[in-house]
Design a protein around this ligand. Structure first.
Ligand code: C2E
Ligand code: MG
Ligand code: MG
Length: 548
């Protein structure tokens, strides 16, 4: 809207092309009409002569000071000595009268031209500010969109490409430099990028630390990246301090003529994200990324319906007390048989759900469903505990604690029958937050298990800080236990570490009798895995428990 208003004002103040011709014609016609009107109405004795101000002002506005002055000159000549003071009485004008009028014409022509020039400069400044990044003076996203519409949409036959250049871990740079030095760093990078891209395209800033190089021709991509790598490198000197700057490049090509810049930028960003994720300096957007994106979007969109229409299902996997062979615990695991996509593994959709607030209704569904099932088993007389997997993101919603409490109350389940599993990866960041969450759960009486122990790259410090009851050694160690003495050593030590810290130890992924025997020898408390039982639906588990 504001852009349209700006465009209309700009077109009016500085006509171009056909509009320029039109403005010329209007001015000439108005001059002619004024001249005719003055003569026909009887000469300059009447006020019609002031009509000449209209074309003078229009010319001043449209063609600046020269336009205003030239039109003033023409108006002065037309209304000058040749034009009588009184046509019918044939009285000529006194010369001081037309001279003074001409002076006013010139004044008005010059002033309107000057005023229009100031307004045009002001509008240009406003527009420039709207489309440029104040720090680097490069185009911002809006500016890039304007350039795209003006220059790229028409030349897409060559296939434009976008290179997204992202500075990774900006916060660690910001932590050691002053704000002025950070600004200087961005200015230096912007300057180099402009030199590198030169006339192959345009450079823009999308947000702090993310630059976009919009290139006219896909053939220039490789060359531009090579130049970026050699000229930018990874080390910048700011105030004589050499700084390591980790730069990743994501590249995407425009598809077809009507390609939108937003879509192109989106693909470029995805490619840059992929580069960061894979720790590869450069990454191209590929067609399978597109397929994956569409699949992810479908999964997320369909999940809402899946929750409400009971499309999701839970399976339960027993955990066996190794010294007695008894089943005392079950882990609830989600299954999603999608009507179109087939069975979607939790490993695929849980990370997607965690990125949205759908994780809350999803977990609510799991809690409700699995605890009602547990209450059924308890009523049947089975002495069981239930483990549920939680994402740390669940606890961003403070109502989750009440929810757990309410559902436990609803089904009259003692809280110590519920175990909440949180993967060790959650402890790599913000230990204070995790500690607060776990102590709230502990106060409720719920037990806490660390899932995938040994793979989360977390410092073992958390074992001292957090209220934990159980560790679940990841299946990657179990799998290798018998063929790799290192894996066996890790399991043996994890078990004795757990026991010394008064924790119960579960080993995941037990698949063979030999592994089971080994774990018994190592005094592991519980085993879980296909050797004992695969995860199965509740009805199956009920009959399995009866015959076990
Ligand atoms: P997890 O909690 O570590 O669950 C154990 C995974 O190992 C399950 O995979 C299970 O089917 C599989 N498994 C069990 N025994 C064996 C074995 O002997 N061999 C092998 N190869 N695999 C075995 P699943 O069901 O695909 O779940 C994967 C992960 O998804 C789970 O790992 C858990 O982190 C997550 N997950 C599952 N259900 C939920 C849920 O309801 N909520 C949340 N937030 N996460 C869930
Ligand atoms: Mg688990
Ligand atoms: Mg696990």
């Amino acid at each position: 809207m504001e852009q349209n208003i700006g465009k209309t004002i700009r077109n009016f103040l500085a006509p171009k092309g056909i509009r320029k011709f039109f403005a010329f014609a209007v001015i000439f016609i108005l001059l002619g009409v004024s001249n005719l009107l003055v003569y026909e109405m009887g000469g300059t004795k009447l006020a019609y002569v002031h009509g000449f101000y209209i074309p003078i002002i229009i010319a001043g506005i449209n063609f600046s000071i020269p336009g205003g002055l030239i039109t003033a000159l023409l108006a002065s000549l037309l209304s000058g000595p040749i034009m009588p003071f009184d046509v019918s009485l044939e009285i000529a004008q006194p010369s001081q009268s037309w001279l003074l009028r001409s002076l006013f014409f010139f004044l008005v022509g010059g002033l309107s031209g000057a005023a229009a020039k100031i307004i045009k400069a002001y509008l240009k400044d406003l527009e420039d500010r709207l489309v440029t990044d104040p720090v680097t003076q490069l185009l911002n996203t809006r500016g890039l969109m304007e350039v795209w519409q003006q220059n790229f949409l028409t030349a897409l036959s060559k296939r434009s490409s976008i290179v997204i250049l992202r500075i990774h871990d900006l916060s660690s740079i910001e932590a050691i430099l002053t704000p002025q030095e950070v600004t200087q760093l961005f200015k230096d990078i912007a300057h180099l990028l402009k030199l590198i891209v030169h006339d192959s395209g345009v450079v823009a800033v999308l947000e702090t630390g993310t630059f976009a190089l919009l290139l006219h021709d896909e053939k220039k991509v490789q060359h531009t990246i090579e130049k970026c790598k050699s000229k930018l490198g990874n080390v910048f000197t700011v105030n004589e301090i050499p700084i390591f700057v980790n730069i990743f490049y994501g590249i995407a090509k425009a598809y077809k003529r009507e390609e939108s810049l937003i879509a192109l930028l989106h693909r470029g960003r995805i490619a840059a994200e992929k580069a960061i994720r894979n720790n590869a300096e450069i990454s191209f957007f590929e067609s399978q990324d597109e397929t994956q994106l569409l699949r992810n979007a479908k999964i997320i969109h369909d999940l809402n319906t899946a929750i409400s229409s009971n499309e999701l299902a839970l399976v339960y996997q027993p955990q066996i007390k190794l010294n007695t062979g008894k089943v005392t615990r079950l882990e609830a695991l989600i299954r999603w048989p999608h009507p179109e996509l087939g069975m979607i593994s939790p490993g695929e959709f849980i990370p997607l759900v965690e990125g949205t607030l759908l994780i809350n209704p999803f977990t609510k569904w799991v809690l409700e469903k699995s605890l009602s099932q547990l209450s059924f088993w308890l009523e049947k007389g089975f002495d069981l505990c239930l483990s549920i997997n939680f994402s740390i993101k669940n606890f961003y919603d403070p109502t989750v604690f009440n929810l757990i409490y309410d559902i436990l109350q609803k089904y009259n389940i003692p809280p110590e029958r519920l175990e909440i599993e949180i993967t060790e990866t959650a402890f790599t960041t913000n230990l204070d937050q995790v500690a607060a969450v776990l102590s709230t759960l502990r106060k409720m009486g719920v037990r806490i298990a660390i899932d995938d122990f040994g793979t989360g790259q977390a410092s073992l410090h958390y074992l001292l800080e957090l209220p934990i009851d159980i560790i679940k050694i990841d299946q990657v160690f179990t799998k290798n236990m018998l063929k790799n003495s290192g894996a066996e050593a890790i399991i043996r030590n994890a078990i004795s570490l757990g026991h010394e810290l008064k924790l119960e130890v579960v080993t995941e992924g037990v698949q063979t009798e030999a592994e089971c025997k080994k774990l018994i020898k190592l005094k592991c408390d519980y085993g879980q895995g296909f050797y004992f039982a695969e995860p199965k639906p509740a009805e199956f588990i009920t009959s399995w428990l009866q015959t076990y």
